[in-house]
Design a protein around this ligand. Sequence first.
Ligand code: C2O
Ligand code: CU
Ligand code: CU
Length: 477
Amino acid sequence: MKRRTLLGLAAAMPVATLLSQCASRRQSPSWQRLKSQNGRLDLSLKAQAGPIQLANQQANLLSYNGQVPGPILELRGGDRVRLTLDNQLSAPTNLHYHGLHISPDIDNVFREIPPGEKYRYEFEVPQDHPAITGWYHPHYHLMVADQVFGGLAGPLIIRGELDEIPELQQATEAILVLQDFALDDSGEPLAIHPLAERWGREGDLLLGNGQQNPVIELPQNGLLRLRLINASASRIYQLQLPEHPWYLMATDRGAIAEPRELETLTLSPGERAELLIPGDRPPGNYAIESLPYDRGTGEMMAAFGEQIFQMSGVVQPRQQTIATLRYVTSDRSEPLPLPKQLLPVDPLPSPSRTREFLLDHGLDFEAGVTGFTINGKSFMAGRVNTQVKLGETEDWRIINKASLDHPFHLHTNRFQVVSRNGKPEKNLAWKDTVAIAGYETVTLRVRFDDFVGKTVYHCHILDHEDYGMMGIVEINV
Ligand code: C2O
Ligand code: CU
Ligand code: CU
């Protein structure tokens, strides 16, 4: 049955031509970095459509201040932010601060900023906010996939206690924003085939920081702290750094207890990871490889045959280099050690109740027939799906009844994954987005801290969210 709801008709569409695979030597010329000064950050972001330079070609995309990815925002606990969003798009938009623990009255996905209008977001980052790698992106329902896939996304860094660790203070930092695009030969975005939308659109142009295979410098005997953000609309990355060790140091919402060596790193849309990479190997170039990943579409692709890849927005999974780490000389003669300890991750208290959330493909006639549901319901503006109490801890069992992966994201509050398919999770970590493969069940534990109001949870494959796989949770006193 799933096949019937997910397969559509084929149409011949041009496939974007791939650019040359050589590592680009140019650092992104002027990636704006907007850092708070004396506890304040005043800035404006202009969302606009038009030609930009992307991966050494001209591309007609959406951007913030003409940049893809958008400017880097850097804050710390206690900072006051005044951010003016100037909507020069032809559609409504808004801004979501993915990863920030602020009131849903401010980080309000129901807000509409009409074309041609400005809106000023004003808020204070909580004093005790954990140090995180977050990101900002539009969240106007029905437009989210279009706008994020169009290029609208940028990093949002919060500094804090974690950054005081001596080894980290000596580390070199880099950011890698992962995005994919579907463009034709002249850099125009391809019209996405409806089937690709149902699966979740992907593009065959895979970029890091808006470049094809960017170079990230790794000082010899130094330590690289690399912040990865999956800002793709649908693509799930499985990354590997062959012949070189790397260590996980932080997940979506901050540090883990101690660095942990990784084999592969899987990042669903919306997820972030911070990695530590010691420069203690023979100097040279080391490629970060993106491995093919089947997010539940493989069988359907096979059933369809080669013609499926003629549809724009459907991409055959294949291995590609996403970025290259290049050793550069430094004046360090001794390798900088990894920090032994990062920050403790305190387990949340026992839950006062458990709820179930069934993710499925199906029809909710009340909400309009959109095809993706949570507990049988598709998103409906103004319809509260779940009521919770401020300060309480709950377990949420997220059951994926469907064949596709549905990475689950909760706004406002962070959570801890406690089990996957009934097996307890060994490593405690703060998350806000969790990968859930087809037919998997994940239990997460969340405490509703500090803020009341209406916020959302949804699948972070943004086409699925636009197709209704989202619900409203109201936090009450
Ligand atoms: Cu990254 Cu609801 O968003
Ligand atoms: Cu979010
Ligand atoms: Cu989904």
